[in-house]
Design a protein around this ligand. Structure first.
Ligand code: NAD
Length: 483
């Protein structure tokens, strides 16, 4: 085992004191009440403190990403740090507008009234995040919570202890715990937090744990945003620009070495261009990570698998697929000690292979040929609704067909994963891949309650107060046809 890999092994996660968790949660109540009246300037000042702290600790953030799973520095900058700046900039530009009450015109029944929606902070927020983009998926939602005026407790993943410890330090240095606190630890820490009556929980993680979070939230009728996972299908039709598809899919898949919730999970490629696509994909991998499978291991641009359990889980999927008759087209280089699995392209996958059922969340990429798009749409609709769907095509009819007959949290046409970076779009899943959404104004709304307010001067409804008269009776009868 090399030195860097040893360093990956030795950092245990700190564990929070459970009484301290309950004490800080109680303390945040006063903050919650005070922050109801907070101005946009005050909220933006808190966000700016966070951004300044991230900037001041940039080198340590890069080092923590490398220590946890040798995340390439460039990827840390693009996928961990940049999204926080983007969220903060968006809030800076638009928070005043987001916070402003929005008037709505009266309906006929409500003539004589004024009505508007007021955005109030939901209250105390809990953010539970996963390990794959630990900083982005903790501090990104934190920007939204601060924009909405919610004191927050964060619980990052225990699987990336270096980044979690650094985030704890940043939060300690930047906020009073009555404003924002972070508790490190394993499942028991999550469970203690989930027992508390938070006003909103923003959870990012697996569908399995998402169900546990939702069940815990139900005990207090706490609202939830669930950002979950799934098997994101990718379609390349007969008209697609094969080189473009190869370049973007290999980038989207192998950033973080496949450990991305919206990475293409498996590919359906039209049989007429299948060989051409496989060739382009292999050439692209050689261009990105070194000109042979053996050299990929030395590439500074391929992250390691987050821990040994996941390395075994993914290599188990590979062995299972091969045992059941799948054919390896490229890759298949596994080093357990180094937590390394090479980008691996597979084909001829039997339907009962585990890799066709579980979210892969690693560098294996099944490539499935097809002749009829109906078949592909049928398979997508037979599976739980995915977090993302990608299609490469030059045919508008094919694109329309796929987009209208399937469902997914988000989608890209002739691109992959970039919808995450589009601040004006909601980011989220649907059913099994998630509930609710985040980013920009959608993140602000996730942590805000949209309060419906009617202010009355004269209102038609007065006609229906008892005692009922002949006039009110006559009006009641014609109402259904006249409103
Ligand atoms: P996970 O669900 O195992 O863990 C997420 C968080 O929940 C961690 O902080 C963990 O400590 C906590 N947790 C784990 N078990 C728990 C339990 N029984 N009770 C309470 N809390 C518990 O997910 P993960 O392995 O960290 O991340 C991978 C998953 O997250 C994948 O499914 C991936 O698709 C998904 N994901 C989704 C998004 C998105 O934006 N939709 C982003 C990244 C990852």
């Amino acid at each position: 085992m090399n030195k860097a890999a040893q360093a990956l092994e030795t950092t245990p996660v700190a564990s929070a004191d459970h009484d301290e968790i309950r004490r800080i949660f109680a303390q945040q109540r006063d903050t919650m009440l005070a922050w109801r009246q907070s101005t946009a300037e005050e909220r933006l000042a808190r966000i700016q403190r966070l951004v300044d702290a991230v900037e001041a600790h940039t080198d340590e953030i890069v080092a923590a990403g490398a220590a946890d799973f040798r995340k390439p520095a460039e990827e840390v900058h693009i996928t961990e740090i940049l999204p926080i700046y983007m969220e903060a900039k968006d809030a800076k530009r638009h928070l005043k507008k987001w916070m402003k009450s929005k008037s709505v015109p009266p309906t006929r029944m409500m003539l004589g009234t004024k009505a508007y929606m007021q955005y109030e902070p939901k209250g105390r927020a809990l953010i539970i995040s996963p390990w794959n983009y630990p900083l982005n998926l903790s501090f990104g939602p934190l920007v939204s919570a601060l924009a909405a005026g919610c004191p927050t407790i964060l619980k990052p993943s225990e699987m990336t202890p270096n980044m979690s410890a650094l985030m704890a330090k940043i939060v300690r240095e930047t906020f009073d715990p009555s404003e924002v606190a972070l508790f490190e630890g394993e499942v028991d820490v999550s469970q203690t937090l989930l027992d508390l009556p938070f006003d909103h929980i923003f959870f990012t993680g697996s569908p399995q744990v998402g169900k546990i979070v939702m069940a815990a939230a139900a005990k207090h009728l706490t609202s939830v945003t669930l950002e979950l996972g799934g098997k994101s299908p990718t379609i390349i039709d007969e008209s697609a620009d094969v080189d473009l598809a190869a370049r973007t899919i290999m980038w989207g898949k192998y950033t973080n070495n496949g450990q991305t919730c919206i990475a293409p999970d498996h590919i359906y490629v039209h049989n007429s261009i299948r060989e051409k696509f496989v060739h382009a994909a292999v050439e692209t991998l050689k261009k990105y990570y070194g000109d042979s499978v053996e050299k990929h291991k030395e590439s500074p641009f391929l992250a390691r698998i987050v821990n040994h359990n996941h390395t075994h889980r993914i290599s188990g999927l590979l062995d299972d697929a091969k045992t059941r008759g799948a054919r390896v087209l490229y890759g298949d280089d596994v080093d357990h000690d180094d937590r390394y699995i090479a980008p691996t392209l597979l084909t001829d996958l039997p339907a009962d292979a585990k890799i066709m059922e579980e979210e892969i969340f690693g560098p294996l990429l099944p490539i499935i040929g097809y002749d009829d798009i109906d078949e592909v749409i049928g398979k997508i609709n037979d599976a739980p609704k995915p977090l993302a769907l990608y299609i490469w095509s030059k045919k508008d009819d094919n694109i329309r067909e796929v987009m209208q007959r399937t469902s997914s949290g988000g989608a890209c046409i002739n691109h992959a994963v970039v919808h995450f970076l589009h601040g004006n779009l909601p980011f989220g899943g649907v059913n099994n891949s998630g509930i609710g959404s985040g980013h920009g104004e959608f993140g602000f709304k996730a942590f805000s309650h949209e309060r419906a307010v009617v202010r009355t001067r004269f209102m038609m409804a007065r006609l229906f107060f008892p005692p009922y008269t002949k006039l009110s009776n006559a009006i009641i009868k014609i109402l259904p046809r006249s409103i």
